[in-house]
Ligand binder design. Structure first.
Ligand code: PLP
Length: 398
């Protein structure tokens, strides 16, 4: 056995990645698994973006770039962040990263010391917790239950704050719940933070996929600009998960710190990806129309999956306003006989049962700090949604 660094003892491997691995194994064994476990659009990257990537290769833009990305991309991203938020960001107030995931990792590294606290409302995207821990911070995880639409209330935020609070993570639209905060809800949270010096990380990676008017944190709380990092990326909006392009915008001293760490780690995301992302972030009616069409498709699929889930009387499901996940409460299916008399005692147990017996893959709420729920991604075809939900319904009939 090898001696690994102590920080590894606390690290939980990613449950979504584990599920992807199991699905791949079953499919390799010839089993027809329908997967609702993936966290990525099933659409292809829009053609003009792909063409920009190919052109970058042909023009030999395959060398190192400045840490944090080429100036043209940082300029385009600064303009996007500025027009989104209403706050003016210059080129030195943004850096581009290998996905929003790297942006978040670097933000935690740049801001947290041992003993600091990071408020991460549950249900949460798994990596926030592990990234906080890797930076030495303690995650504080108030539960935003379905009773409040999976949204953190101002009372919960106030109760979670302490003199040690360093970071507050806001993620709207949310993974795993699809919750989208309204302007009034964001305003109420901002009021609670008035006397705190915590930094808000606003993870807006799903902003393009909102079925209601999207309220932007800094539009609602512009006075928080000098204590906010905006994190976003190309993965979900432009169906570019594999290209690995994200960014972070915020106060220059924090961005400089992030770039300094970046200069000693990844240096920058792939040069080819940067040129593709430049096409994505350069305003284009054609690309925006493609993005809008993808969102229309996700909206239709959301309604489809919600309609099918409603055929299972034992479960309840909040109507998600964004992203491409539904997060039904499945406690009504636990501790009672399902098909063949099988009894499941937890959402984890039920998720494994659904994979083994119904050949549908989803991710249990345990991984998101919310036992009793299961996350289904509907970034898959209508046909697969219909067949997958048919299997679900049949498998849980007593
Ligand atoms: N933030 C949230 C809430 C996510 O769901 C994801 C990806 O699943 C990310 C960040 C990371 O995205 P990227 O692919 O840009 O690293």
């Amino acid at each position: 056995t090898y001696r690994l660094a102590k920080r590894l003892a606390q690290l939980e491997p990613s449950a979504t990645a584990a599920m992807t691995g199991r699905v791949a194994q079953m499919r390799a064994a010839g089993i027809n698994v329908i997967s609702f476990s993936v966290g990525e659009p099933d659409f292809d990257t829009p053609a003009p973006i792909k063409a920009a990537g190919i052109a970058a290769i042909n023009q030999n833009y395959t060398h190192y770039t400045p840490a944090g990305g080429i100036a043209e991309l940082r300029k385009a991203v600064a303009q996007r962040a500025s027009s989104d938020s209403g706050v003016t960001y210059g080129i030195n107030q943004v850096t581009t990263t290998a996905g929003a995931k790297e942006a978040l990792y670097l933000a935690f590294q740049a801001l947290c010391d041992e003993g600091d606290e990071a408020i991460i409302p549950a249900p949460y995207w798994v990596s926030y917790i592990e990234q906080a821990k890797l930076a030495g911070a303690t995650p504080i995880t108030p539960m935003a239950s379905d009773a409040s639409g999976f949204k953190l209330t101002p009372e919960q935020l106030a109760a979670s704050l302490s003199p040690r609070t360093r970071i507050v993570v806001l993620n709207s639209p949310s993974n795993p719940t699809g919750a989208v905060y309204s302007a009034a809800e964001l305003r109420a949270l901002a009021d609670v933070l008035r006397d705190s010096d915590a930094i808000v990380i606003s993870d807006e990676i799903y902003d393009a996929i909102s079925y209601v008017e999207y309220a932007r944190w800094l539009k609602v709380a512009p006075e928080m600009a000098d204590r906010t990092l905006i994190v976003n990326g190309a993965a979900k909006a432009y169906a570019m998960t594999g290209w690995r392009v994200g960014y972070v915008a915020g106060p220059q001293p924090i961005i400089t710190a992030i770039k300094d760490i970046q200069s000693h780690t990844s240096t920058h995301t792939a040069s080819i990806s940067q040129y593709a992302a430049l096409a994505a972030y350069t305003p284009s009616a054609e690309i925006e129309a493609t993005v809008a069409e993808m969102t229309t498709q996700f909206h239709k699929r959301r309604d489809l999956i919600l309609g099918l889930l409603a055929e299972i009387p034992e479960i309840t499901c909040n109507v998600p306003d964004g992203a491409f996940y539904v997060f039904p409460n499945v406690t009504g299916l636990l501790n009672r006989p399902l098909r063949g008399g099988r009894v499941c005692t937890s959402s984890d147990d039920l998720t494994n049962y659904l994979l083994d017996e119904a050949h549908i893959a989803a991710v249990s709420g345990e991984s998101f700090g919310a036992p009793g729920y299961i996350r289904f991604s509907y970034a898959t075809s209508e046909e697969q949604i219909v067949e997958g939900m048919r299997r679900f319904i049949a498998a849980v009939k007593g």
